[in-house]
Design a protein around this ligand. Structure first.
Ligand SMILES: [Zn+2]
Length: 264
């Protein structure tokens, strides 16, 4: 898999003696989690993993060089059962995903490290990341953090409809890939699908509401796209990548400086 992680920040490029020499109390390790799943007719299966790597790599470039912060190899496979039925989606169950995170947390803790970030860029993993961040804290005493997507940037320029329901393979993800790996975007194959309409809010919504329905992509979007990729441009992608990287770098630095000790 292509990587934007700077070599000097790539944990798996170290040998064990170099790992042994890292300051255990302060080193911040980042475990990326993403997915290999359908992204419509125009984006590759690895979209979420590529975006994770790209944003994290750009963020790591912005950190002061002396901070001991390292990216672990990503967990490529995520809980993607909302996208089953589309050839190429490779999903693991919630229990498998959580077991992998638990076992990695166990290894990290037994090596003496104290601080771990779960950096996730696939929506289907989000609730599991929240569960595991707390469980790793409780079981191993790891100071665990969760970091999501683009770090909460405002995505200036997005229309309200896309902002609310551009979940998957829409303007944002397509712009990211047009900026970073345009050769993997098939611009002649865009499709548009929305799961709901902001102009006609129903009581029962797909997400972010008190009353929601559990959705599967195949029920509501035969092409696999949830959103509109047509307004995507590499310029928008470059701007959002830079903004997200700045925000993620600030979050990582704050996590690095967060105290390990519990309040007395
Ligand atoms: Zn995606």
């Amino acid at each position: 898999m292509k990587t934007w992680i700077p070599d000097a920040r790539n944990f798996a490029y170290l040998n064990w003696k170099q790992v042994d020499a890292l300051p255990r109390e302060s080193t911040l390790l980042i475990l990326p989690t993403a997915a290999i799943e359908q992204h419509g007719h125009h984006l590759p299966l690895a979209t979420d993993t590529l975006i994770n790597n790209l944003l994290l790599g750009r963020a790591l470039e912005k950190l002061p060089p002396d901070l001991p912060v390292y990216a672990l190899p990503p967990v490529h496979y995520g809980k993607s059962n909302e996208h089953l039925g589309f050839p190429g989606t490779l999903s693991v169950s919630a229990s498998t995903f959580m077991a992998v995170l638990r076992d990695l947390g166990s290894s990290i803790s037994s090596a003496g490290f104290k601080k771990l970030v779960l950096y996730n860029t696939h929506g289907g993993n989000t609730s599991l990341i929240d569960v595991m961040a707390r469980d790793l804290r409780a079981e191993f005493g790891l100071r665990t953090f969760a970091l999501h997507g683009s770090g909460g940037i405002s995505f200036e320029g997005l229309k309200p409809q896309e902002r609310a329901y551009g979940f998957h393979a829409g303007e944002v993800e397509t712009s990211f890939l047009l900026a970073a790996v345009p050769e993997l975007v098939d611009q002649s194959s865009y499709t548009v699908n929305y799961i709901a309409d902001v102009a006609k809010p129903e009581l029962l919504r797909p997400e972010n509401a008190p009353a929601v329905f559990a959705w599967l992509t195949r029920d509501i979007a035969s092409s696999g796209v949830l959103g509109d990729p047509r307004p995507a441009t590499p310029e928008k992608g470059r701007g959002w990548i830079e903004e997200a990287a700045t925000r993620l770098a600030a979050a990582l630095e704050t996590m690095f400086r967060y105290p390990n000790e519990s309040a007395k």
